[in-house]
Design a binder for this molecule. Structure first.
Ligand SMILES: Cc1ncc(COP(=O)(O)O)c(C=O)c1O
Length: 374
């Protein structure tokens, strides 16, 4: 048995039905034509037999990914169907019934569902808005005292868009080493920084570190479903074994596209495109939030196309999100779906007119709710 992954099910039920899907978390995606402009040889690809691809990722793709993680070799890379499969393979490889799984909240809530389904015992530790979304350290230490087998965080974080300081990273790594825990750092938003330097990877800080990432967010190419794992070789091999049973490997077209995307100059082009979209959209979101006075508050995201907004009204976030969907045909993520009640997560990665209209529609319902709860 596995519990429902509420956010994903809510999105897959409604995202293609509503007029304004404001529940996304990446920037608006690239087209194949834009990838052709980056060097994807479409003409040559038309003659490629559509056989199975190398199941753990082609050598060329794994070499290019390994080059992004200093000190890693291609044997430490497993190419997967999205970052979600990467995370799943790590959990399948490491977690046994009774194991403690510690995780940062709020977060993308794939991993607690997976951990529980494998018999794991999930212990959360929270990021705190008042402290710039730094972890609540006492709670973190308690979680680590329970001797977790695996600790999970996303950095940059979904949904807060916050980035851990270097000292916070070092503290987390040191605690994982002391507890004998593996640290899984999900870095799918790395590269989506809005106006600050590139986020440091956890890769290389310890032998206990595993990194997952993929093309879905900072690169803006979720539809090709390519992700990867970077881990010590023995663990990568276990993930490959799990992969053989699950989906065998990523599809051949996607592997090919990914080789183009992760090539260093193209990667920078993708990241620059993401940064440009977000720098354009952030002031629009800021002005919209400010127009509600203190009834909407946030800490601006440092990375990612996501605004996590606290609303001042006595209404469950699911109720509020349902109201916005049914009355305005606009989809947002209720905070409870990312582990934080009293918030909405709103997409910032669309075109300007789409963003403005989506925010306007959300605003109509918020105003009515605030009026009712005066
Ligand atoms: C932190 C995090 N990890 C993984 C995923 C899933 O990514 P993918 O589309 O690469 O499977 C998401 C999607 O929102 C995410 O936010």
């Amino acid at each position: 048995m596995i519990e429902l992954f509420e956010m994903e099910r809510m999105q897959s039920t409604w995202e293609n039905i509503v007029d304004y899907d404001m529940s996304e978390s990446g920037v608006r995606p690239l087209t194949l034509r834009e990838l052709v402009a980056m060097g994807f040889d479409l003409e040559e690809f038309l003659d490629q037999p559509l056989g199975y691809s190398q199941s753990n990722g082609t050598i060329e793709l794994r070499e290019r990914i390994a080059a992004l993680y200093p000190g890693s070799t291609l044997d430490q890379i497993e190419v997967t169907n999205g970052t979600s499969e990467a995370n799943y393979l790590v959990a399948l490889s490491l977690l046994r019934p009774g194991d403690v799984f510690a995780m940062e909240l709020p977060n993308y809530l794939q991993m607690p569902g997976v951990a529980k389904s494998l018999g794991g015992n999930v212990i959360p530790f929270h990021l705190q808005q008042a402290r710039g979304w730094e972890p609540e350290w006492a709670e973190f230490e308690r979680a680590l005292d329970s001797r977790p087998r695996l600790v999970y965080l996303s950095n940059p974080n979904n949904p807060t868009g916050s980035i851990l300081s270097n000292s916070a990273m070092e503290r987390i790594v040191a605690a994982c080493e002391a507890a004998g825990a593996w640290l899984l750092s999900d870095e799918v938003y790395l590269g989506a920084e809005i106006s600050r330097p590139r986020t440091s990877s956890f890769w290389g800080l310890s032998e206990r570190v595993i990194v997952t990432s993929g093309l879905s967010k900072a690169y803006g190419i979720p539809g090709v479903r390519i992700g990867w794992i970077v881990a010590p070789q023995s663990l990568t091999e276990q993930c490959w074994t799990q992969h053989d049973y699950l989906t065998i490997g990523p599809n051949k077209m996607s592997d090919r596209i990914a080789r183009v995307a992760v090539e260093p100059s193209n990667r920078e082009r993708c990241y620059a495109r993401t940064r440009e979209i977000l720098n354009h959209n952030l002031p629009i979101a800021r002005a919209w939030i400010d127009s509600f006075g203190q009834r909407l508050t946030w800490r601006e995201p440092q990375a990612g196309a996501i605004a996590l907004i606290k609303y001042d009204a006595p209404l469950a976030s699911v109720t509020l999100a349902d109201r916005i969907r049914t009355r305005q045909s606009t989809l947002v993520v209720p905070g409870s779906h990312v582990g934080l009640e009293g918030y909405l997560r709103v997409w910032l990665g669309g075109r300007e007119d789409f963003l403005r209209e989506g925010l306007r529609r959300i605003g109509v319902e918020l105003k009515a709710v605030f009026e009712d709860s005066k």
